[in-house]
Design a binder for this molecule. Structure first.
Ligand code: GLA
Length: 691
């Protein structure tokens, strides 16, 4: 007997089928199916042949492939009795709940006392599949691996786009071909980490930003994930995501985080915008309608907090257009460098004898909101907290330190209460609208309870201080995932304020993140993390592509630089309402020296294109740049916003240099725009209006 289920909308269909009460298999996942399709026929048609050198039937690639069915690859569950014997459950249907856009399927192995619940939903409006597995056991067991519902990778795909990275180089992408065997990414750092963004895109060699098929995955968890992309000897492929190895302990109840997945027939952008929409409209509880321009003082003063100086910096930042002032590391305990005081969340009276109020009042008087830095999960040995509670530290006493610090054990209720009381104390007694929540080292042991403890702490603070927004930072982008984004409003994408590096990082992060949550700051003239020197236009326009802010010492700006920054900031402010809700569409540049993106308004009525010349091109003339996502039949007026930045070496007269262009969407998408020649490390900004 075949039982089928269908999840579908205008973008994709998924058909699941179960035979004789066994765990279901995905028998179709791709473009939306037509109404005349019979799901039973599709299920029946999914069965493969049997040939020599194999079993007499194909072991099902189900939502949790089973060792008991001699599945020839990694099983979806790997568990043992506490006495050590391996458990090999044979699950059979127990219950099902079907709602408009989701299924909850419950399977049991009664002999072993195990129940596996599989939740699969298609999110309304944002078209993401959200999949989660839960395992309940009658007895205590040890779970080594529990996969979120397992999905097949389609046969026509032959590549994976994987994510790696490091400090100051988040979201590095790499195309890896499928080959027999398993590709495993196991993140043992205990946090999402720069090197392990939990995403994967399965596509074809020919899939570009704007065309081709793609299947994209993201595991929404902040405690470290494990991904297995496996091609079996029979040629079938499976994608598994779950918690990092060893982070699920002994117990009776286990749950994966949600796995988000989606199909696109319109290239990488088709998947990217679904993730962008979901983060923006369904995950993030925004408390400010308008994203304020940030000023963050870290690279201006570091630990050297002096009230008069901070006031003067705040005044200048406000004059440049900043609307939120973030006091970074250095305001608490005896924090004069990074060797002490983490854990002592008490205002340093040497630096702020009258508390933070004089600074906050000043910040407010120049029209800004006040934000403050915390790194709650960490402790220095040189702190009052460590002297009082050395037992609150996570991991062994002789573990290596990271940035001279240790980690607090957030699974301990007393630790959570201590942190809650101290953070809440600062929030209650000061007018604070924003927290930059940092996490500057990897954990000594990877442990799911730590991430859960963090979620509980943030949830409690959010419930009691709903108007305080939180930014997730971990030495830049070391904790960016949909688990933390359910609880925060912004991510600090990278500690690199190097505009050249930022162009690449922002571009690749847009595969999952909308502009509204992606912090991007104008850094110092000479970048503190790379030593490179960039022109203010390049720095300012790069920050204006996301949630804009400044992080340089405003006192270093020449009056020309300050004027440019004011101009770009005021341009950003007059466009942010629609830009923070726009789709970021990565453009296929035919020149590898150029990285370009189009931000298309929700209603399609306007767009802005940022064209960054990263280095000098090999050929003499700029190659036409094709746009995307426009109405081919409509006319658009396109203008070069910053045409006054054309260098003298641009001697000719391409039309956009002096005039606007009125032309069809078809022309813009198929021929593309010819731009004036420009220097490396500069950006053209184009604005388009649908006529
Ligand atoms: C981390 C963050 C920085 C800054 C410092 C402060 O490195 O990523 O932005 O807040 O900590 O110590």
């Amino acid at each position: 007997m075949i039982r089928t289920w269908h999840l579908g909308d205008a973008h994709q269909s998924m058909v699941l089928a179960s035979w004789a009460g066994h765990l279901p298999e995905v028998v179709y996942w791709g473009p939306p199916l037509y109404r005349q399709d019979s799901f039973e026929a599709i299920a029946a048609a999914s069965k493969h042949d049997v040939t020599g050198g194999m079993h007499d039937q194909n072991a099902p690639l189900s939502l949790s492939p089973e060792a008991s069915q001699t599945f020839p690859g990694q099983a979806g569950l790997s568990a043992r009795k506490v006495t050590g014997e391996v458990l090999a459950p044979a699950f059979r249907i127990e219950d099902e709940e079907v709602s408009d856009n989701g299924l909850k399927l419950v399977y049991a192995d009664k002999d072993l006392g195990l129940t596996l619940a599989l939740d699969i939903a298609l999110t309304q409006d944002t078209s993401l599949l959200k999949l989660q597995s839960r395992l309940e056991s009658r007895d205590d067991i040890t779970v080594e691996w529990l996969a979120a519902p397992v999905l097949p990778a389609a046969a026509q795909t032959d590549e994976m786009i994987e994510f790696s990275g490091r400090w100051c180089a988040e979201f590095l992408t790499r195309r890896v071909p499928f080959a027999p065997g398993a590709r495993v990414r196991d993140n043992r750092t205990g946090r999402t980490d720069h090197a392990h963004f939990p995403g994967l895109i399965v596509c074809s060699k020919g899939t570009s930003n704007t065309s081709g098929e793609a299947y994209a995955f993201h595991y929404g968890w902040s405690g470290g994930h494990r991904m297995v992309a496996e091609e079996l000897a029979d040629g079938r492929r499976q994608i598994q995501f779950g918690h990092a190895t060893g982070t699920m302990a002994k117990g009776r109840s286990f749950s994966t985080a949600p796995l988000y997945a989606t199909y696109s027939s319109t290239g990488l952008n088709g998947a990217a915008v679904k993730f962008q929409h979901h983060v923006r409209d369904q995950l993030v509880a925004e408390t400010r309608q308008v994203r304020p321009v940030h000023y963050n003082c870290w690279e201006a003063v570091y630990f050297d907090h002096d009230l008069a100086e901070l006031k003067s910096i705040a005044s200048q930042a406000a004059d440049l257009g900043a609307e939120r002032f973030v006091l970074d590391d250095g305001w608490f305990g005896r924090r004069d460098d990074d060797t002490s005081s983490l854990g002592d969340w008490v205002i340093d009276e040497r630096k702020f004898p009258d508390g933070l109020t004089p600074l906050i009042e000043h910040v407010k008087s120049v029209g800004m909101e006040f934000g403050i830095w915390f790194e709650p999960e960490m402790i220095n040995e040189n702190s009052e907290l460590f002297r009082a509670h050395p037992e609150w530290v996570l991991g062994p006493a002789d573990q290596p330190r990271g940035r001279h610090q240790l980690v607090l054990d957030l699974s301990v209720k007393d630790v959570q209460n201590y942190l809650y009381d101290h953070i809440a104390g600062v929030l209650k007694t000061n007018d604070i609208g924003y927290i930059k929540w940092d996490h500057n080292r990897i954990l000594p042991v990877a442990d799911a309870a730590q991430a859960q403890g963090l979620y509980d702490l943030i949830d409690r603070l959010r419930a009691d201080f709903p108007n305080v927004e939180i930014e997730s930072c971990a030495s830049g982008g070391g904790r960016i995932d949909f688990g933390i984004l359910e609880r925060t409003q912004r991510v600090w994408l990278s500690d690199s304020n190097d505009a050249l590096e930022r162009q690449r990082i922002q571009h690749d992060a847009a595969l999952f993140l909308p502009a509204s949550v992606t912090g991007s700051h104008v850094g110092p003239r000479q970048c503190h993390t790379s030593g490179r020197v960039f022109d203010i236009n390049f720095r300012a326009w790069t920050a204006a592509q996301r949630h804009m802010g400044f992080e340089m010492d405003p006192r270093e700006l020449t009056s020309e630089e300050a004027d440019t920054l004011k101009k770009v900031t005021s341009w950003w402010k007059s466009n942010r309402t629609w830009m923070m809700r726009a789709d970021i569409l990565r453009l296929d540049s035919s020149d590898p020296a150029v990285v370009a993106e189009e931000q298309l308004a929700e209603d399609g009525s306007r767009f802005v294109v940022f064209v960054a010349q990263l280095r000098t091109s090999d050929q003499i003339l700029p190659r036409p740049l094709r746009l995307t996502g426009l109405d081919p039949e409509a006319s658009y007026r396109v203008s070069l916003t910053n045409r006054d930045e054309a260098p003298k070496l641009s001697r000719g007269a391409p039309l956009l240099k002096t005039q606007d262009l009125e032309v069809s969407g078809q022309y813009l998408m198929s021929h593309g725009l010819i731009l004036p020649w420009r220097f490396p490390e500069t950006i053209w900004v184009l604005e388009g209006q649908k006529l």
